[in-house]
Design a protein around this ligand. Structure first.
Ligand code: URA
Length: 207
């Protein structure tokens, strides 16, 4: 698994807005939308392209398009805020959804929604989840994709903890990880430090 940290001034300013407790949910969502555009832009560097003939007003020439646009999969609930920006950059893509909750008894992630094509062989998938903390949820999600035959998973997340990166790497399910920061680690409540708090609550309010 290769890991790309988008250490760009514009990405880092949006990340700062997301970290800042003075940002209300509107400002948080706006920064997440813009940052997602930058993360997906970088993730798309690894996408295969194909040439095809076009005509400019002046002359025929060869153009470029994505050979195999990825299925976009936001992980509910927090990944929802990344979905629109990703689809705007990849209008040829389709979207699937994975909803994950923590099982009250086992504390393990459990899918309450899997809205995905049955056969993902030959189709690249771009997973959107703002927080890679312990990695439990993302690994669960990526295993669902691999079970359907997917061999080309890229993940965009806003923040990653080293523990989560290692767990994702060890799962062997992901080829590319793109993030805006690798933070220090996790606290005893498994929040990323310094992090940005609960990404779902910051976008949509606490439940
Ligand atoms: N999920 C979040 O929303 N925030 C964290 O810090 C960790 C997991």
């Amino acid at each position: 698994m290769d890991v790309l940290v988008v250490d760009h001034p514009l990405a880092q300013s949006r990340l700062t807005a997301m970290r800042n407790t003075e940002s209300d949910s509107g400002a948080f969502r706006a920064a997440l939308h813009e940052l997602t555009t930058m993360l997906v832009y970088e993730a798309a560097r690894s996408f295969a392209v194909e040439a095809y003939p076009i005509e400019t007003p002046v002359a025929p020439t060869m153009g470029t398009r994505l050979a195999n646009p990825p299925l976009i999969v936001p992980v509910l609930r927090a990944g929802l805020g990344m979905a629109d920006s990703a689809l705007a950059l990849l209008p040829e893509s389709s979207m699937g959804f994975v909803g994950l909750a923590r099982d009250e008894k086992t504390f393990e992630p459990r899918a309450y929604m899997e809205s995905l094509p049955g056969d993902l062989s030959g189709l690249p998938v771009l997973v959107l989840d703002p927080m890679l903390a312990t990695g439990g949820s993302l690994v669960h999600c990526c295993r669902l994709l691999v079970e359907r035959g997917c061999t080309d998973v890229a993940v965009c997340c806003v923040l990653a903890a080293p523990e989560g990166i290692e767990r994702l790497r060890a799962s062997g399910t992901v080829r590319h990880l793109v993030t805006a920061s690798i933070d220090e680690g996790l606290n005893d409540k498994k929040y990323i430090v310094p992090g940005l708090g609960d990404a779902g609550d910051r976008q949509f309010g606490g439940m």
